[in-house]
Design a protein around this ligand. Structure first.
Ligand SMILES: *[C@@H]1O[C@H](CO)[C@@H](O)[C@H](O)[C@H]1NC(C)=O
Ligand SMILES: *[C@@H]1O[C@H](CO)[C@@H](O)[C@H](O)[C@H]1NC(C)=O
Ligand SMILES: *[C@@H]1O[C@H](CO)[C@@H](O)[C@H](O)[C@H]1NC(C)=O
Ligand SMILES: *[C@@H]1O[C@H](CO)[C@@H](O)[C@H](O)[C@H]1NC(C)=O
Ligand SMILES: *[C@@H]1O[C@H](CO)[C@@H](O)[C@H](O)[C@H]1NC(C)=O
Ligand SMILES: *[C@@H]1O[C@H](CO)[C@@H](O)[C@H](O)[C@H]1NC(C)=O
Ligand SMILES: *[C@@H]1O[C@H](CO)[C@@H](O)[C@H](O)[C@H]1NC(C)=O
Length: 366
């Protein structure tokens, strides 16, 4: 064991004097107290990222209330959603009031106001399924940009709201009777990917809402997506051993739109792509973007095969336990059509945007 000599003790004391504060190792950003933190956007990038997140918070607030109003307590009970669970959904709506207020404050009143929305569900299970999907892209959409924000003070506040949203996403999986968190890491996506997924559900917005500057990619549909509504029938549970919804090697069929379609509120946005010919499906899950080749490409239809693989190879797992690993493809995750297969990692995922032909679509892998 290392024991400090007199000399090294003196050096440690001297090094300590050079520090900003006692017991505070050198480095880090914004820990000295001056200037004091200001919770405002640091750039257009910040404003646009936060305003996108604000639009997401508004729809969540509306959606949770809407579901509670659309279905009777008896209909919820029939789907295994007890009065206590219905109150949980009500409470989650209240949390959205807090989140929308927080981001509106950061944007100093210049952010989006609440809109009118359109929803695709007709039953309680479909409502819960839509909620676990919408909160998935809400959560992942923020992870994609948090560490890229210029304003670290704003990022700190946003972290504290998105971790609450992460719990909502998991709670909706539990309300559906799905395995709560079948991954080791929650994935991130880019703002344009999140906006593409959100845009179709905004019907009309106030004219003064700031224009969203992110790209709308053409929509992608997985025509044989595993259906969590049909396959997880055990009812609400903290955890469950639902039969795997998908598997490596599964044949997946895809269909996408051409660019140039008017979408989102007041039909005031237009889908676009800067990519070339479709070549691969990109699977974004955990820390990884994995590509599989498109087969039977026929216009804007193709098929591909669900990839296998583990998040870490057996030999690189901490502790070297070769019997434990997590499948890369699981959970409520993302698939896109791309024209190339660049190696991208969580901090440079936005380099994939220019290769997107269509999507993302949500893939219900588990
Ligand atoms: C996803 O994770 C669950 C829970 O660990 C597991 O039962 C299931 O087989 C996994 N699915 C895939 C596709 O690996
Ligand atoms: C969208 O349409 C609504 C209803 O007609 C209108 O009140 C609103 O100002 C419009 N918003 C935009 C952004 O044009
Ligand atoms: C759940 O599934 C896992 C993996 O198939 C199995 O090892 C475990 O015994 C099951 N647990 C229960 C309670 O059924
Ligand atoms: C997934 O990403 C992690 C972190 O970048 C990396 O260590 C691992 O090798 C990747 N796994 C696969 C199967 O590519
Ligand atoms: C390795 O993981 C397996 C499965 O979780 C466990 O049963 C076993 O005890 C672990 N071995 C070591 C050496 O940690
Ligand atoms: C990892 O270990 C599991 C269990 O021993 C084994 O089934 C699997 O083939 C191994 N994967 C790789 C990539 O070596
Ligand atoms: C993304 O970052 C990884 C390192 O994390 C690097 O290997 C890769 O080349 C980068 N991708 C692109 C497209 O620059």
């Amino acid at each position: 064991m290392w024991k400090p000599s007199l000399l090294s003790s003196c050096l440690l004391v001297l090094a300590g004097l050079a520090r900003a504060a006692p017991y505070t190792p050198k480095g880090g950003v914004g820990t000295s107290g001056t200037p004091p933190p200001v919770y405002v956007p640091g750039s257009d990038f910040d404003f646009q990222s936060l305003n996108l997140a604000l639009n997401q918070e508004w729809i969540e607030l509306d959606l949770f209330h809407h579901g509670l109003a659309q279905f009777s307590p008896a209909e919820f009970e029939a789907a295994g959603v007890t009065p206590a669970y219905q109150f949980l959904i009500e409470y989650m709506a209240d949390q959205e009031v807090g989140h929308a207020t927080l981001i509106s404050n950061i944007l100093q009143g210049k952010g989006a106001k609440r809109c009118q929305y359109t929803y695709p569900f007709k039953t309680v299970p479909e409502f819960l399924d839509f909620c676990q999907k919408l909160t998935r892209w809400g959560e992942s959409g923020v992870y994609g940009f948090l560490a890229h924000l210029d304003s670290r003070p704003s990022a700190t506040l946003l972290t504290q709201s998105i971790t609450t949203e992460a719990r909502q996403q998991m709670a909706f999986r539990q309300l559906k009777g799905l395995f709560p968190m079948p991954v080791w890491f929650e994935t991130g996506i880019t703002q344009s990917m999140a906006w593409t997924l959100l845009a179709p559900y905004l019907k009309t917005c106030p004219a003064e809402n700031p224009r969203i500057e992110w790209q709308n990619f053409p929509a992608l549909t997985i025509t044989n997506n595993p259906d969590a509504t049909k396959e997880a029938t055990g009812g609400a549970a903290v955890s469950s051993n639902v039969t795997a919804l998908s598997y490596a090697g599964r044949h997946v069929t895809l269909e996408w739109e051409k660019p140039g379609k008017k979408v989102s509120y007041n039909n005031s946005y237009t889908t676009s792509t800067s990519a070339g010919k479709p070549k691969y499906a990109a699977w974004i899950s955990q820390l990884n973007t994995t590509y599989t080749e498109l087969k039977h490409i026929d216009g804007r239809k193709a098929s591909t095969t669900q990839p296998g693989g583990n998040i870490f190879s057996n030999h690189t797992v901490a502790g070297g336990n070769s019997t434990i690993s997590a499948p890369l493809i699981n959970d409520t995750m993302f698939v896109l059509i791309v024209d190339d297969n660049p190696h991208v990692t969580p901090f440079n995922l936005s380099l994939l945007n220019k290769h997107v032909v269509a999507g993302p679509a949500i893939y219900q892998a588990g």
